[in-house]
Write a protein that binds this ligand. Structure first.
Ligand code: SF4
Ligand code: SF4
Length: 74
């Protein structure tokens, strides 16, 4: 059964814009934002949530526990 994501939460207070999550995502779900936040960081943003397979690599590899994938459950 294919897992699908309901929402991907990125905590802007914890994220430091290292883009590890973007690099490790095997499905191109995340991308770098085009504008900096108020600390001067380019945070990640969701480019294609439909492509997310809830592998949770982004969660596992984020050094700051700043990203969380919410899974659809029936
Ligand atoms: S890996 Fe974590 S800290 Fe780095 S950009 Fe992604 S969410 Fe932010
Ligand atoms: S859970 Fe997997 S597929 Fe979904 S955004 Fe994170 S790394 Fe990409």
């Amino acid at each position: 059964m294919t897992k699908t994501a309901k929402q991907i939460h990125i905590d802007a207070r914890l994220c430091k814009g290292c883009h590890i999550c973007i690099t490790v995502c095997p499905h191109g779900v995340l991308r770098k934002a085009e504008v900096v936040d108020n600390r001067g960081f380019f945070l990640p943003e969701v480019a294609d949530i439909e492509a997310c397979r809830v592998c949770r690599l982004c969660e596992l590899e984020c050094p700051d526990f700043a990203i969380c994938v919410e899974e659809i459950t029936d």
